[in-house]
Ligand binder design. Structure first.
Ligand code: NAD
Length: 347
């Protein structure tokens, strides 16, 4: 099994190094690693944020463990050369259409949530966001209106195949959990959402054992902070998912705690912490590596068929937290390396 390690920029290499130490310590048979540059580091070394050899490695690998991209030095480059284009390019080239973000609060971190502890401790959900369609990929541009005003436009659309395949991921994920799927749309206003809702209802026929509900996105945003415990699995489009998944993750504690997976139709995936390259703390040993270590656990579970080892990693993270491991974002003083040490010690 080949793992592509793409550390990227800023704190990316720091947090990937700790995930690598955890994976190495588990001595998983047949696990090999190859590292490649991506993002601003790749632009500086090779003139492109996603060089052909990095894309080739990502395609050859069984799974990709990604740090983060983003470099203030590159902010003035043409958009197609900016570091962030690497992640969009990987999603598109590898057809990674399903973004899974578990949001679960470790009880030890109840105080770190933006919500009251008694509400926050109820959070245990997975948000599934469609990644390859919607308004982000539709026709877009700038034009002048008949009266000469500047006008920007971005076309929102989904076809039924795109909705069906993400709906199936939603139903299957719910089946492996508590059996409840909530589909989030804006079908009262948008035609795209009406089709979304119709196709989700049709697909439900294949998953009659799952309890399906529908919610408008504005209500979902409100319910996520009012009563997050009601959700098991949420499935939604690219735009709504972008916003709701960030909201849910902050309800569940620090941005340094949350992993994610982006999967194709064959469970090949790219695994990354939800945070960015954090240039404000890069190189200072202040980054919390737990989101990346938990992303490695997701990789073992979803792409490498190693659920038992994934369970061990998640349990070790919980134990490290219970033992008092706290990086600065969690209100403590431990360095990135010391947080990694705490997880290793907890095995
Ligand atoms: P960010 O997630 O990098 O940082 C937001 C805040 O959270 C910062 O104060 C940072 O110090 C803190 N933080 C983030 N991760 C942390 C960690 N592991 N431990 C402790 N604190 C942590 O978001 P931003 O500042 O908006 O963006 C910085 C750069 O990252 C930008 O170039 C942006 O485009 C990029 N970005 C990349 C990705 C990605 O690679 N998938 C995602 C988001 C942002």
């Amino acid at each position: 099994m080949l793992i592509a390690l793409l550390p990227g920029d800023g704190i990316g290499p720091e947090v990937i190094a700790e995930a690598r130490r955890v994976l190495d310590s588990l001595a998983i048979p047949d696990l090999q690693f190859e590292t490649a540059v991506v993002g601003g580091a790749a632009y500086k070394a090779k003139g492109h944020p996603l060089p052909p050899e990095t894309l080739d490695l990502a395609k050859r690998a069984d799974a990709i463990l990604f740090g983060a991209v983003g470099d203030p030095d590159c902010d003035k480059l043409d958009r197609h050369l900016r570091p962030e284009q690497a992640i969009l390019g990987l999603r598109k080239e590898l057809n990674l259409f399903a973004n899974l973000r578990p949001a679960k609060l470790f009880p030890e971190l109840a105080d770190a949530s933006a919500l009251r502890p008694e509400v926050a401790t109820q959070i245990d959900m997975v948000i599934i966001r469609e990644l390859n369609g919607d308004v982000y990929f539709g026709e877009k541009g700038m034009r002048k209106t008949a009266s000469g005003l500047r006008e920007g436009y971005d076309v929102m659309s989904y076809n039924e195949d795109e909705v069906r395949r993400i709906a199936r991921v939603g139903f299957e994920t719910a089946r492996a959990r508590k059996g409840k799927l909530c589909s989030v749309d804006k079908a009262n206003v948008l035609e795209t959402s009406q089709l979304w809702r119709d196709v989700v209802i049709e697909t439900h026929a294949e998953f009659a054992d799952i309890e399906l509900s529908h919610m408008y996105v504005d209500n979902a945003a409100m319910q996520l902070v009012r009563n997050p415990g009601q959700f098991d699995v949420i499935v939604t489009g690219n735009l709504f998912g972008d916003i709701l998944s960030d909201q849910a993750s902050m309800c569940a504690g620090s941005i340094g705690m949350l992993p994610s997976a982006s999967l194709d139709a064959n469970q090949k995936g790219l695994y990354e912490p939800i945070h960015g390259s954090a240039p404000d703390i890069a190189g200072q040993g202040k980054a919390n590596p737990l989101a990346t270590i938990l992303s490695a656990a997701m990789m073992l579970r979803y792409s490498l068929n190693q659920a038992a080892i994934a369970d061990r990693i998640e349990a070790a993270v919980a134990k490290a937290l219970a033992n008092g491991a706290r990086s600065p974002d969690l209100g403590g003083k431990m360095s990135t390396r010391e947080m990694g040490d705490a997880v290793l010690a907890a095995f």
